[in-house]
Each structure stands twice: as C-alpha cells, then as structure tokens.
Design a protein around this ligand. Structure first.
Ligand SMILES: *Cc1c(COP(=O)(O)O)cnc(C)c1O
Length: 372
C-alpha cells in the first residue's frame, strides 16, 4: 500500500460515539454537535451522523459537506468571525438551525440577507467570556482581546439591537474558550460566567432558548492506548453541576478533537536512517504537508515503529519528514526500537486536525484515508 495514509479505526470511533451518547443522555436538554473542521472523512462523518450528533460548521463549504453527508439542516449550526455573503445565503436557503454570530456588523448583514429572502434567521451571539483555557496560545480563543466573539461589556447593547431586527430571531449565547483542555477547571469558570450573564440578561427581560458552550475537551496524546476515549463523563458532569440551566433550556456542545482524535493514525514508511555526528535521524515519507500540528502548535504525536523486530534494542532518533523546513520534525530524541529503511511508522492520535489540515506544499499530494 502506498504511504503515507491516514488510518481510521471504526470500532474505536463507534465506542467513542456510544460513550458520548450515553453520558450526554444522562442530562435533560444536552445536545452534542460535532465540530466538522476536525475531520471530514466520509466514513467518519457518516458514522457521526448515524450516531445522531449534529454538526458545527465554520465555513459555507463545511455546511455543504454536512448537508451532502446527510445531516439534517435542523442539526447544523454555523460559526466563524468572517462569514461571507454567499456562505450566509447558502445557509439561509438550507434553513440551518442557527448562526453563531461574532459581531454587530455580521448581525446586520444576516438580517439584511434574510430579509431579501423573506426569512428569519435564528442566531446565537458568540460571547468572549475572558476565560483562560490555559492551553497553547494558538488554540486559546476566549481571552478578552481575541478576534473571536463579542466582548462582554458590549453584549447587552448587541442583544438589545438583535431584538430590534425583524429578520433575526435571538436564540441564546454561544461560547468556545479553546481547544485541547485536559484540566476541566476553566469550564467551571465558564459556567460561572454564563450564570452571571444569564441573570443580567433576564433582569432586562431577555430569555434564551439555548446556550452553546462550544468544544475543546482534549485527548491524551501521550498515552493513547491507556486513554483511548476522553473523559466525557466528567466533562458533561461539570456543566450539569455548575451551569444553572432554566426549565426547558437546551445546552449545546460542539466537540471536535475529543470525538475523532484517537481513532486516527498517520501511517508512514521509513525512507532512510541517517547517522549524524551525535544523532540518528529517521526520515519518513510523511511530512508537515500531511500532518502540520507539530510544526504549527509544537504538538507531539506518539511515534510507533509497527514493523521493528520484536525485542529489538531501543535507540534514540530524531524523526523527521522530507520537506524543506526545519520545523518538519515529528520528534526529537525519540526512543524507538532499532529502525530500518522500509519500516512502517504510526503517528498516533492524528484523527483530529490531521488529514483535514494537509496541504500540497512541495507539490505533494494530500494523503488518502483507509478505514477499517
Ligand atoms: C474548533 C471549534 C470547536 C471544536 O473544538 P475542539 O477543540 O476540536 O473540540 C467548537 N466550536 C467552535 C466555534 C470551534 O471553532
């Protein structure tokens, strides 16, 4: 088989979806959407749709992909700081469940475009709750001067404004504080923030049908075999314990990484083992064009030699890709069994933000998927 390719484990994905459904269904009004940007492999999307999750899109193309994959429009929501007119129009035509609106000018544009179609757009306002997710700065999205969301001190004004727009139906508030959270404390602070905002708005006569707390639950990149399924029980319980939902109010989640991360691996072949003065380099046929997370976020994926002779001695290697960038490195001083040209190597926990972020850099083709 031609390498590199992404391998997806259907059994693990199904188990993960089953746990999500089991844990979320303990609480009335909890709805889970899948953040489509993490992975759009057609088999993966099909399984997530079959499990009954909705989807959270961040582009009009993603809205199209979800509708084509068979998700009902009533389970599609659309977020993003820069929605262009065609993306809004397409979503209005499809009657998606909700636009997660990130600014006052966007609200006015959606109102106008909806008016032109004689429709009413359901919207939630994305609020920047100024909660530090304590994760990598490129994946922290909830601090006060982030490009995402509406600042809390402007919220009241924009909510009032939304109520004056005839083609806008205000549904509630939306939040998303960041990604790869393993410490759940920031979610507690998010709940407290939401409780406060909800009371403030209610004081002014504003009721909300739903609250959307985004996604961000992390997965264990260090020990994928010990922790193949993220701790969804604790995650949902945090919100059940700390968020004061009103009677009949819906709570929406938008999980991406935690749904698909562990079911995927990037499989690559060793091209060369090169001896430096003090180091040995394992040079793979997969590079940052196939999996950019290490280069982009200093992320580390567990590296496994799948074909090394059993019981062989462990040695230290730098594991690198073939691309002309020094950041095209998957690991330094990795302890691996003696590795040779032709060995197959797995970069684990690559199901989220892996294949979907691949590019044609160096005119390389993007890697295909194999689902078993
Ligand atoms: C990316 C994103 C998510 C999903 O984040 P994960 O960390 O993958 O769970 C949810 N909501 C919004 C608005 C996003 O942009």
């Amino acid at each position: 088989m031609q390498t590199p390719f992404y391998y997806y484990d259907k059994k693990l994905l199904q188990e993960t979806l089953d746990v999500i459904n089991r844990e979320a269904s303990r609480y009335a009004g909890f709805h889970v959407h899948y953040a489509v940007k993490a992975n759009v492999d057609s088999t993966v999307l099909g399984m997530i749709n079959a499990a009954g999750l909705g989807c959270d899109c961040v582009s009009g193309w993603e809205v199209d992909v979800c509708l084509k994959a068979g998700f009902p429009a009533s389970r599609v929501v659309f977020a993003g700081v820069g929605k262009s007119d065609w993306e809004i129009n397409r979503s209005l035509d499809a009657d998606i469940a909700c636009f997660n609106v990130e600014s006052a000018p966007e609200l006015d544009v959606i109102n106008e475009l909806a008016k032109a179609k004689g429709k009413v757009a359901r919207v939630a306002l994305r609020v920047n709750p100024d909660v530090d997710a304590h994760t990598h700065r490129y994946i922290t999205t909830g601090l006060s001067e982030n490009k995402f969301g509406i600042a809390m001190n402007m919220l009241d004004m924009i909510v009032q404004h939304a109520h004056t727009l005839p083609n806008i139906q205000f549904e509630g508030l939306h939040f998303h504080i960041g990604s790869q959270l393993l410490d759940l404390e920031p979610y507690k602070r998010l709940c407290e923030r939401i409780n406060y905002l909800q009371e403030e708005l209610e004081g002014k006569g504003v009721r909300m049908k739903s609250i959307n707390v985004g996604g961000g639950l992390g997965c264990d990149y260090v020990s994928p075999d010990e922790n193949p399924i993220p701790d969804f029980a604790s995650y949902f319980r945090i919100f059940a314990d700390h968020l004061a939902l009103r009677n009949g109010q819906e709570l929406h989640f938008e999980l991406g990484r935690s749904v698909v991360c562990q079911c995927g691996s990037l499989i690559s072949r060793v091209l060369y083992v090169k001896e430096g003065n003090n180091k040995k380099f394992v040079i793979l046929d997969a590079g940052m064009s196939d999996l950019i997370r290490p280069a982009l976020y200093q992320a580390h994926h567990k590296i496994e030699n799948l074909t090394a002779a059993p019981g062989s001695l462990k040695e230290k290697y730098d594991v690198v890709g073939p691309i002309c960038e020094s950041s095209d490195t998957f690991g330094e001083d990795e302890l691996l069994p003696t590795t040779r040209r032709g060995d197959l190597v797995a970069l684990r926990s690559a199901g989220a933000y892996g294949q979907i972020m691949s590019s044609n850099y160096n005119c390389r083709p993007t890697p295909p998927s194999v689902v078993l």
